[in-house]
Write a protein that binds this ligand. Structure first.
Ligand code: ATP
Length: 238
């Protein structure tokens, strides 16, 4: 059930000083697709995710979401257009309760909020058990589920996930990826960065490999997973 291009990135250049980190990235995510973004540490994956989200300014290149230009739009406007980032390191509000964290995700769309919170608690039952605890007391896996739930409350048309498995135990990662698989089956459009490349490729429809701020390979997830050179470079140990 993959549709036309939802997110288009065209020759995107971005960096932090004079020297670019992204040297002209082009990629597309189609409606209903899950696309994995792979690459070693420092390849520029987080910079790309932050630039797409309006948290970091690009130097040049095109960015569009369903025909709307995202270039130089502030982060809140980008969320309003339906591109929602679940950032690396989860970044939940640790002093607030789980419930308040979930509700905060709906700040642009407060309609029907109780029913939508309920939907998140059905999706992530662990969060229901901890609803009135401070988010800072949750385990890493629970915080990641909370971060995803908060992101979903923003009514994403595309969800960007930056390293959701980072620092989590294998059992917790399996639980989290099951939830991502569920979202995929519901036709949520997802761009996923994860070091667990084999797991990401098992879920994704397509993948891009980034090295030194450039796309060095792209293909179906099966093609990327079957490529021996890429497997050696990026899939080793996972
Ligand atoms: P990781 O998996 O380690 O997060 P990544 O692929 O996400 O890697 P980025 O975090 O985007 O890579 O980093 C790409 C390059 O940009 C690195 O050389 C990094 O040192 C540099 N960089 C990242 N953030 C900043 C910043 N705020 N200021 C200056 N340089 C930065």
């Amino acid at each position: 059930l993959v549709g036309p291009t939802l997110l288009g990135v065209d020759d995107l250049v971005a960096g932090y000083g004079a020297e670019p980190v992204l040297h002209g990235i082009s990629l597309q995510v189609k409606r209903g697709e899950m696309v994995a973004l792979l690459g070693a540490n420092g390849a520029g994956k987080s910079t790309l995710m932050r630039t797409l989200s309006g948290l970091h300014r690009s130097v040049s290149g095109g960015l569009h979401l369903d025909g709307n230009s995202l270039e130089h739009k502030p982060a809140e406007a980008v969320v309003g257009l339906g591109l929602v980032l679940v950032p690396e390191g989860r970044q939940v509000f640790s002093e607030l309760t789980v419930l308040d964290n979930i509700r905060l995700g709906a700040f642009l769309h407060p309609d029907n909020i109780d029913a939508r919170v309920e939907e998140m608690l059905t999706r992530f039952p662990r969060l229901r058990e901890r609803l009135h605890q401070r988010a800072g007391l949750l385990s890493g896996g629970e915080q990641q589920m909370l971060a995803v739930a908060r992101g979903l409350m923003a009514k994403p048309r595309i969800l960007l996930l930056d390293e959701p498995s980072l620092g989590l135990a294998p059992k917790v990662i399996a639980e989290l990826f099951a939830a991502l698989d569920q979202l995929r089956q519901e036709n949520m459009t997802i761009l996923l960065v994860d070091q667990m490349a084999a797991l990401a490729l098992a879920l994704a429809d397509r993948a891009y490999v980034i090295e030194g701020g450039r796309v060095v390979a792209q293909g179906t997830a099966a093609e990327i997973a079957a490529n021996d050179d890429l497997a050696k470079a990026y899939l080793g140990g996972h």
